[in-house]
Design a protein around this ligand. Sequence first.
Ligand SMILES: *Cc1c(COP(=O)(O)O)cnc(C)c1O
Length: 393
Amino acid sequence: MDNLEKLDKEYILNTYSRDYTHFVYGNGSRIYTNNNIEYIDFTSGIGVNSLGHNNKKLINAINTQASKLIHLSNLFLIESQVKLAKKMVDLSLYKMKVFFCNSGLEANECAIKIARKYGKNSSRFKIITLKNSFHGRSIATLKACGQDKMHKHFSPFPDGFLYASNVSEAIKIAKNDKEVVGILLELIQGEGGVYAIPKDSILELEQFCRQNDVLLMIDEVQSGIYRSGEFLASNLYNISPDVISIAKGLAGGIPIGATMTNKVDIFSPSDHGSTFGGNPLSTSAAICVLDTLESYKKSNKLKENIDIFNDKLEYIANKYDFIKEVSGIGFMRGLKIINDETLSKIINKARDNHLLLLKSGNSTLRFLPAINITKDEIYEGFYRLSKALDSLK
Ligand SMILES: *Cc1c(COP(=O)(O)O)cnc(C)c1O
């Protein structure tokens, strides 16, 4: 065991099943260990490094801003925050305003507060979420996760969360419970097995929400920022949510979260806030990420590469018996594996072949590459995956 691993175990609280491969630098979708061994990265830091590693434009944006102001309190006007909010609203095509924070759970916390305040006048406060959903790890957002295992150790939790097995059950519950103010869901469940909810049922849900003044709240923490192929998965599904939470890929690795809502007058000063949220550094980084990815999408390269990635996944799924099906959308993809044991073996074999992959629920092998991953990196990654899978046959 090297010294760092020992220190990690001695000083860091035990919240992750950590892999001790020691990565020290990266370039695009390639990442290198302290011994200079190159890996292909199909994880992008769990959907965070949307421009890959060591992106020169992003580094330049961060350096330029850092040499002016890293942080400025929200008591003052923050130029890059305003510009980023306008950019996000323009790209989304929705009429919304934005609140900035630092993470996905904070974005959902704000979404929950918006729903609670919105429901006050009509005495509504309950939020329905879906089984296998993931919304964060604070006390409130843990309660919002539709997974029993997340509710084991940390009670008492706040009231007001109901769980539905699927969208039609959510509609049924909301019809019969006059205290329901919102339905919060991921269009493509990330942690819960890379499951894309069928478009029909989402359109039905949107119609129900419109007719009954129930808030349609979409957690786009993972599916947002071009991961689906569109700016937001909500754009792809062609819906107009009332509340959208965003985080992971927005600033390419600088911590940031954002909540967008069409309830533009919901808050007054002191209703909500954040010390770090929307500071000059993170919002300047995010502007660079969005500018870069916007033109990348316009060039049609995003679609081309998503199609190549998809073909590779389909090919692999057909070739190996222990793979049941391909799931997900865009660059948020999964392969359903026959069981958890085989899934773990695949991930380990892939790592032996210098390819990084993720696990998701429901025995799913998960792919979250950088949005700007190149064709070369895709081919090389799948070549390494094939070698790993061949060794399991
Ligand atoms: C990652 C994730 C979160 C939590 O984000 P943090 O930044 O870890 O708090 C919430 N919702 C979804 C859909 C996520 O994928």
